[in-house]
Design a binder for this molecule. Structure first.
Ligand code: NAD
Ligand code: 0WE
Length: 274
């Protein structure tokens, strides 16, 4: 017996499904077609979710417009730089005019100054430390709080953020971002406890390294991708679509018993002690 799906190591769900039919979601953190947020968008849209997007600034607006034009239906776009809390609050006020409630929030953004992602962590500046925390960790709490009224309207929902192994173990050069991811992962747990009684689940996906804008120019990324291939139990790198499909699971009824969790989509890399 042979099928079209045989003898491929990686199968991504491009087969349309209805796991998210009737649900609404918003995705923060799409910059271009390589963005993990965009791979998540495709998995969610493919499962029938009605989506809205934010863009960080006017510079990225056109990118996001062009990408979302390839999806079906009318897709609202809003500006949102998370360093401006009025933009975060306005986002959900505006969304309330377009969507009758919200089932899902995808938080797929992070930032640290480039100079903090090289050299020794001991040299991290106070300003660089606080900026990484503000954008990469605190924003999840601000966004979750602002999204609450719309999610309560639906009797619950699912919030998903993106993290990385460098938040649990020391990874060369990840530095201040590792500390921010540790704070982000702990925020997931505290938020899960607070919002659980409202039937809102909060989880993180810890993705293996993927070549995206945020990963480009990271010195040693190619080496890390090679190391993954040798060391990870699956002996390969991961694709953004695999992260997208895990986000689909976390957004769906299938994961209804899971909250406060960090799911590793890393070909098993994090289990290795050698
Ligand atoms: P990306 O550059 O495509 O996405 C990062 C996004 O963050 C961009 O859309 C950018 O506009 C947004 N952003 C930065 N500062 C912002 C601000 N002040 N306000 C609003 N948005 C802001 O890169 P990516 O790799 O898709 O990153 C998405 C998430 O995945 C990040 O949290 C990243 O840490 C995480 N992650 C990435 C990898 C990887 O190897 N690429 C691995 C694990 C986790
Ligand atoms: O979370 C990330 C990316 C985070 C990131 C990357 C940049 C580069 C450009 C945040 N801010 C910036 N700011 C910039 O100016 N990843 C998990 C990808 C990544 O980044 C690394 C990695 C990996 C993997 C940085 C150092 C070492 C490994």
């Amino acid at each position: 017996m042979s099928t079209l799906l045989e003898d491929t190591t990686v199968q991504s769900t491009s087969v349309p499904n209805n796991l998210l039919a009737g649900k609404t979601g918003i995705i923060l953190g799409v910059a271009n077609k390589w963005s993990i947020g965009w791979a998540i968008a495709q998995s969610l849209a493919n499962a029938g979710m009605r989506l809205a997007f934010t863009y960080q600034g006017e510079r990225l607006k056109e990118n996001v417009e062009k990408l979302t034009a390839t999806l079906e239906g009318d897709i609202p776009l809003y500006p949102c730089d998370v360093t401006d809390e009025t933009q975060v609050d306005d986002l959900f006020k505006n969304l309330a005019g377009d969507f009758d409630g919200l089932d899902c929030v995808i938080h797929s953004l992070a930032f640290a100054k480039r100079e903090e992602l090289a050299g020794e962590f001991v040299n991290t500046s106070k300003e660089g430390y606080l900026l990484a925390q503000e954008i990469s960790a605190y924003s999840l709490t601000a966004v979750s709080r602002a999204a609450l009224p719309l999610m309560e309207k639906r009797g619950g929902g699912s919030i998903v953020t993106l993290t990385y192994y460098g938040g649990e173990k020391v990874v060369p050069n990840y530095n201040v971002m590792g500390v921010a991811k540790a704070a982000l992962e702990m925020s997931v747990r505290y938020l899960a406890e607070d919002l659980g009684s409202k039937n809102i689940r909060v989880n993180a996906i810890s993705a293996g390294p993927i070549k995206t804008l945020a990963a480009s120019g990271v010195s040693g990324l190619s080496n890390m991708l090679e190391q993954m291939k040798e060391k990870a139990p699956l002996r390969r790198n991961i694709e953004a679509a695999e992260v997208g499909d895990t986000a689909l699971f976390l957004a769906s009824h299938l994961s209804r018993g899971i909250t406060g969790e960090v799911i590793h989509v890393d070909a098993g890399y994090h289990i290795k002690g050698f």
